[in-house]
Design a protein around this ligand. Structure first.
Ligand code: AVI
Length: 323
């Protein structure tokens, strides 16, 4: 389905029925129970994530925004005026707005699974930047994307923008495959601008995923609430608690939901037994040193060109080019 609004076009390539039940049943049947993190982001989960981004402990968002403000002009020189900017998981596009102001791209193509927010953001950007061609595509960017809409970008230089350290939510092998795919979407001469959280002291990392107000806990537990809402289950949320810790050996924050008692959980015809303290692994958030991320990029056939960071070296924005 495609439609055109004032200043933007919208293309719906995502099937709303998805595989939520199948993914939940498969994840909970594994020896280490798990749930895929993309299911965090229903309307409630997206609102909770926006609230996380404002928390004093969650330094990632405000630090990346500060880097975009202070170094946007340098990034713009790499992007080149009149380029086509392609963003995966655009969300509210707060950082993109800074980049658009600095780099003046000719076209902006946003790909996101969250349909309503995507269309609202596209409409707003179309209104605020009348000379910018805005194309919104509702699709799951975690699958390889072969978009006919790319033809609309013509021969403009393509730059993929992937902020927020969302790449950290993929295991390194998947992150490398993602970078390779993004590189081929950008094409020879194109580039990738990627926000990546840096390794740092464990206390600071642990605090960012265990905030005092309990918003991250609610975000994590919302996965079970969503299962109840959408799959007609009756999981007792009070029998699970949020647990997040930095796994130093693997260089990642792990989020889990811990069963506080022995219990059986029924979901869509499946019965899943939990021991006391048994966990469901809900998310990884990998942290990369600058050198580690550049190496990951090289492994995907990309050329690290530049990297910008903040004075405390909390967060990095990398520019990599496609040969
Ligand atoms: C979206 N992503 C980069 C966030 C992160 O930090 O890994 C998701 C998140 N999980 C807990 N807090 C925030």
């Amino acid at each position: 389905m495609a439609r055109t609004g004032a200043g933007y076009s919208f293309h719906d390539l995502h099937s709303a029925t998805g595989g939520f039940l199948e993914d939940v049943l498969a994840g909970l049947a594994k020896p280490q129970k798990e749930l895929p993190p993309q299911y965090f982001y229903d309307a409630r989960g997206s609102a909770l994530f926006e609230a996380i981004c404002e928390l004093p402990e969650y330094y990632l968002t405000r630090t990346e925004i500060a880097i975009m403000h202070s170094r946007g002009a340098e990034m713009a020189r790499h992007l080149g005026a009149g380029c086509a900017l392609i963003e995966f998981g655009s969300g509210s596009a707060r950082k993109t707005r800074i980049l658009i102001e600095a780099a003046a791209p000719a076209a902006y193509l946003a790909i996101d699974i969250a349909r309503d927010q995507l269309e609202a953001t596209a409409a707003q950007l179309g209104h605020d930047f009348p000379r910018l061609e805005v194309i919104a595509i509702c699709a799951d960017y975690s699958h390889p994307i072969a978009l006919s809409q790319l033809a609309a970008l013509g021969s403009r230089r393509r730059v993929i923008y992937f902020p927020g350290s969302t790449i950290g939510n993929l295991v390194p092998a998947d992150a490398r495959a993602f970078l390779r795919n993004a590189g081929s979407l950008a094409g020879a001469g194109g580039g990738l601008l990627i926000g990546v959280d840096l390794k740092k002291d464990t206390a600071r990392l642990n605090a960012a995923y265990n905030d005092a107000r309990g918003v991250t806990a609610e975000f994590n537990l919302n996965l079970l609430a969503r299962i109840n809402r959408e799959l007609g289950a009756a999981v007792d949320l009070s029998a699970f608690r949020h647990f997040a810790f930095y796994n130093e050996a693997l260089g990642r924050i792990e989020m889990h939901l811990v069963s506080t008692k022995a219990q059986a959980v029924r979901i869509g015809g499946g019965v899943f037994r939990f021991r006391t303290d048994e966990t469901i692994h809900t998310e990884n958030s990998y942290k990369y040193s600058i050198a580690e991320f550049q190496e990951l990029g090289r492994g995907a056939g990309l050329v690290p060109v530049e990297c910008w960071t903040d004075p405390e070296r909390l967060f990095a924005v990398h520019y990599l080019s496609v040969r």
